[in-house]
Design a protein around this ligand. Sequence first.
Ligand code: 5GP
Length: 190
Amino acid sequence: MRELEELILKKGKVLEGNILKVDSFLNQQVDCAMMKLIGNEFANYFKDKNITKVLTVESSGIAPAMFTAMDLDCDLVFARKKKSLTIEDNIYKSTVYSYTKQEMKEIMVSKDFIKENDNILLIDDFLANGQAAKAMIALCKQAGANVCGIGIVIEKSFQKGRKLLDEMDMDVYSLARIKSLSTEGIEFED
Ligand code: 5GP
């Protein structure tokens, strides 16, 4: 998606450890006009899959997932990283290794919000080693729901995630695919 690639080049900052910082439009401040375009692009790509729910992980997946769910006319569910007092034991949970925080985290979602007959579209802000996506797939599997596709805003194609999801036969649609990342510059896949 050309507009997204231009925004990444304009506002993205490359940090140590192959991390791209995009907190001025995605990870802290949110560019709503861009999220609208992103939501529209994902919804258009997955429109024939009869999606009944969009699933993401809090917090950075919520903005793009929300605009996608609006365009697909379905609800958005986000997996939580922290167990709050209002979450009962009626949950599906899975563990994920956080790429940016370098620690194991549990993600959980109430059994009330993902059901056996759901067709789920997974959305996330980044794809690095695929651990967040894998954990979301595990939550859906526990519910017996069908994962119809995965929408990624920024894929770091040089990391392991894309291959992992391709090997799982997932339909992955990434809007910006980064081939290489360094302080010298950012290069996208063709
Ligand atoms: P994965 O689970 O695919 O290894 O990593 C994806 C998750 O790690 C995303 O949900 C995102 O929050 C975080 N992440 C991975 N790489 C980056 C990055 O380069 N920049 C930012 N801001 N987050 C990242």
